[in-house]
Design a protein around this ligand. Structure first.
Ligand SMILES: Nc1ncnc2c1ncn2[C@@H]1O[C@H](COP(=O)(O)OP(=O)(O)O)[C@@H](O)[C@H]1O
Ligand SMILES: [Mg+2]
Length: 386
């Protein structure tokens, strides 16, 4: 088959400029015709070069959509040659990047214990934010790793919350499934928007989800997305700048991350299961407006023995509180017959928590990890933590 690529690309460029001209003149009908023509040329390009088939078919569908999304010009250059996009489509990606912004109300004080982990993170942020000689480089990326439920997501949110930073929640699986195919473009925009809205934190939660699954279409897209993100991070970090943009990632399975990813996160902070002091602090936080008629130190020691995570401790506190509530309000369900207005006037009976409330809660709560998995984390920390 003769290579028609060049001829077809010339045709496509012509059709594109006619499409733009029609749009500028407000001639929707003409624009429609030219976008359809462009879509046909892209299909021909796909047939002509099987290697690039996927790319051209995607572009073809963008041209078909161009009629629906009024005034949106699919970017010919960016798809074929990887050049910079037209400002219209750029804006589209930017607004999708903005959709990833979430606000964080978590403050350092909401996190019980974990003093050493918090200190390391705070230091990292302060170094990134302070004025400093050029040779003192802030960490490019920070990885939080540790067993599930130990507060990694909370810690990242506290970084953003304490700085009043713009937080971009880039959770691999969600992005790829939602914006399949366009996710890498959106992610390139994330850092542009992050720069505009600095201080910013780009947070990739559960990064192993993107990196670990292999051999499915979705994971291919995820990996492409991840590599875009990492490249953007590199480009960003190498530029001289005094704006604070920090990339944070979190994982429960650090051993699933490959070298390419790890190298982008030279700072790796272990978020361990809570020790006695942290356990005590978490239990206190989660029962804060309820009295205590038992030795919380002893209960904390028991929880540490059982390898409970922060999330388990939050569950245990809730269960203990419910046991107490049921105890003090035995026929609670009968009140369901009352009209809501009546209900609002009444108050729950409470009493301080006692050991039995906690014991019952612990009996029905299984810890997330066993000692074998735990030593895997310790080992990984020894080898790769920094
Ligand atoms: N140090 C802590 N202080 C207070 N609550 C905690 C702490 N660690 C965990 N929790 C509780 O556990 C839940 C899960 O924490 P999260 O940050 O999502 O864990 P991870 O991201 O490590 O899986 C939190 O929503 C919070 O209720
Ligand atoms: Mg989490």
């Amino acid at each position: 088959m003769p290579d028609m690529t060049d001829a077809l690309i010339t045709q496509l460029k012509k059709a594109q400029s006619k499409y733009k001209e029609a749009l500028e003149n407000g001639n929707q009908e003409m624009a429609h015709l030219h976008s359809e023509e462009s879509a046909r040329i892209c299909v021909a390009l796909a047939k002509n070069s099987p290697k690039e088939k996927e790319k051209y078919l995607k572009l073809a569908s963008n041209w078909k959509n161009a009629v629906i999304v009024k005034g949106k010009t699919p970017s010919f250059h960016s798809h074929i040659e990887g050049n910079s996009e037209s400002s219209e489509s750029n804006n589209g990606f930017k607004s999708q990047a903005e959709n990833l912004i979430s606000s964080s109300l978590v403050r350092w004080d909401d996190i019980g214990g974990l003093e050493e982990t918090k200190r390391l993170l705070m230091e990292t942020i302060v170094v990134a934010g302070l004025q400093k000689p050029e040779s003192i480089k802030p960490w490019k990326g920070v990885l939080l790793f540790g067993p599930p439920g130990t507060g990694k997501t909370m810690l990242a949110s506290a970084c953003a919350g304490s700085l009043d930073a713009t937080m971009f929640n880039v959770q691999g699986d969600k992005i790829t499934s939602k914006y399949f195919g366009e996710s890498s473009k959106i992610l390139s925009s994330v850092y542009d928007v992050a720069k505009e809205k600095a201080p910013s934190i780009v947070f990739m939660d559960e990064i192993d989800g993107v990196a670990a699954n292999r051999n499915t279409d979705a994971s291919e897209a995820s990996k492409r997305m991840l590599s875009t993100l990492l490249t953007t991070m590199d480009g960003f970090a190498s530029k001289k700048n005094n704006i604070l943009i920090l990339t944070l990632a979190a994982t429960n399975a650090p051993w699933d991350l490959d070298d390419a990813i790890l190298s982008r996160f030279p700072r790796r902070i272990y978020v361990p299961l809570p020790d006695k002091q942290t356990t005590h602090a978490i239990l206190k936080l989660h029962t804060k407006d309820i009295g205590m008629d038992c030795d919380l130190e002893k209960i904390a020691a028991e929880c540490v023995k059982k390898c409970y995570s922060g999330r388990d401790l939050s569950t245990i506190s809730q269960k203990a509180i419910h046991t107490m509530v049921n105890d003090k309000n035995p026929n609670l369900h009968e009140l369901a017959r009352l009209p809501f207005e009546e209900l609002k006037k009444r108050k729950l009976n409470t009493r301080p928590l006692i050991l039995a409330d906690f014991n019952e809660a612990m009996n029905t709560t299984n810890p997330p990890v066993n000692s074998i998995t735990l030593s895997k984390y310790e080992q990984w920390n020894k080898e790769f933590g920094a």
